[in-house]
Design a protein around this ligand. Structure first.
Ligand SMILES: NC(=O)N[C@@H](CC(=O)O)C(=O)O
Ligand SMILES: [Zn+2]
Ligand SMILES: [Zn+2]
Length: 428
């Protein structure tokens, strides 16, 4: 494989951008930082001061294959990811069939060889068919390549079942990623129980729906010693419980999604594109998530990219399915609205999209060190553009951010030493 030298890029160090060249060969980083002489037989990419970072890692993506190919496929979802600067994504198992056995997960891993533009990892479900009763064979699923275990889309309703799952996942050396939702506490709610729901006559979802399972599961993780990761955290109480559990030494981590970091229930509109699970919460919740992002309580940012058909999302807040897309807008939205507004540093944001998730799942990606996979992104931090969902590579156009103007654009994406996105043109 060809050698590539990227000249005159810049990396984020504290509040500064420092000049960096990077040399890659055979799909790996050979050296990074400082100046590298232009001698030898390699392709040179002139970065012209663009920001260089490890390719982004998103540990929470819905690719919808098999079973819901009209919403997304391995191909369209990984193309969307490559547009967003991602080089590694983990796909959720709420598909049909569901990867709860070696055969289904094996087929998905195989199909990625032809269909995926970037690295894809697959979660196994925790229970057979995500039905919440019979546990999968955790060891066998890990041997078949599962990156973790989740029943995402649903919470595990019984404490005893989660306890047993943690015991077995721990024995197998795996990690549970939990969608926290106590269904007995829903009472028909579909948006946050807050000001917007009250004013507009909608049924609310209490924060407790999420917090009760976070309390229960952190207690179970403390008892069992299992690796436990909280998906799409949305409440201030949840952040505080995670902070306390970490202080006790439990092996617990958490992720937050761009929409929960940027929007509140008062941003809701009467359209399905503002409906997701967990729902947009209050401004105190949003502030607590940002605090968690800054102080290290929250370990990574994950989009929870959840594409749906346009007609499904036309059914309004009450009747449309939960979920919004996120892969193609995450970095520009967060850079524009958190970094440029002084809420979070660029270095911290990048950490949460690279090394943070890499550490949670024990990956070799996510760093710019010699020997690491050459998964890289170059970003133009000055370019200003307006989000237009019609231009998405994703089949899902369901975003509340349509029409938002953002600063920064993903310019080049290299995955395993191969250029997969150059100036928005995808390769492969
Ligand atoms: N987040 C969502 O609102 N929807 C997800 C399921 C999930 O992540 O819980 C989906 O599969 O559409
Ligand atoms: Zn979920
Ligand atoms: Zn999800």
């Amino acid at each position: 494989m060809a050698k590539i030298l990227i000249k005159n890029a810049r990396t984020a160090k504290g509040d500064e951008l420092v000049k960096a060249d990077i040399l890659i060969e055979d799909g790996l980083i050979v050296s990074a930082g400082g100046e590298i002489a232009e001698e030898g037989d390699f392709e040179v990419i002139e970065a012209k001061g663009k920001l260089l970072a490890p390719g982004f890692i998103d540990v929470h993506v819905h690719l919808r294959e098999p079973g819901f190919e009209y919403k997304e496929t391995l191909r369209t979802g990984t193309r969307a990811a490559a547009m967003g600067g991602y080089t590694t994504i983990f796909a959720m198992p709420n598909t049909n069939p569901c990867p709860d056995n070696e055969e289904v997960i094996g087929k998905l891993i195989d199909k990625c060889r032809t269909d995926a533009l970037i690295n894809v990892g697959f979660y196994s479900s925790i229970t057979k068919g995500e039905k919440g009763s019979e546990l999968v064979d955790f060891r066998a699923m890990m041997e078949a390549g599962a990156v973790g275990f989740t029943d995402d889309g649903k919470g595990i309703q019984e404490a005893g079942l989660m306890y047993e799952a943690m015991e077995r996942v721990n024995e197998a050396g795996g990690i549970i990623a939990a969608h926290c939702e106590d269904e007995s506490m829903l009472f028909g709610g579909y948006v946050h129980e807050g000001e917007y729901a009250r004013k507009n006559g909608h049924k609310g979802i209490m924060s407790l729906v999420e917090d009760l399972q976070i309390m229960r599961d952190t207690a179970l993780a403390e008892k069992t010693g299992a690796r436990y990761h909280i998906c799409h955290m949305s409440t201030k109480e949840g952040v505080e419980i995670l902070r306390r559990s970490k202080a006790k030494g439990a092996r617990v981590t958490g992720e937050a999604s761009p929409h929960h970091l940027l929007l509140t229930d008062m941003d809701l509109k009467e359209h399905g594109n503002w409906k997701m699970n967990p729902p947009l919460r209050s401004s105190e919740d949003r502030k607590a998530l940002i605090k968690g992002v800054k102080d290290g309580t929250i370990d990574c940012i994950a989009t929870d990219h959840a594409p749906h058909g346009a007609e499904e999302k036309e059914r309004g807040l009450e009747k449309s399915p939960f979920g919004i897309v996120g892969l193609e807008t995450a970095f520009p939205l967060l850079y524009t609205n958190l970094v440029l507004k002084g809420e979070v540093t660029l270095e911290r944001l990048l950490y949460l999209m690279t090394e943070g998730p890499s550490k949670v799942f024990g990956l070799k990606q996510g760093v710019l060190s010699p020997g690491a996979p050459a998964d890289l992104v170059l970003i133009d931090l000055e370019d200003e553009w307006t989000i237009d969902s019609e231009k998405f590579e994703s089949k899902g156009k369901n975003t509340p951010f349509d029409g938002w103007t953002v600063t920064s654009r993903i310019d080049t994406v290299i995955c395993g030493g191969k250029i997969v996105n150059i100036g928005g043109n995808l390769n492969g």
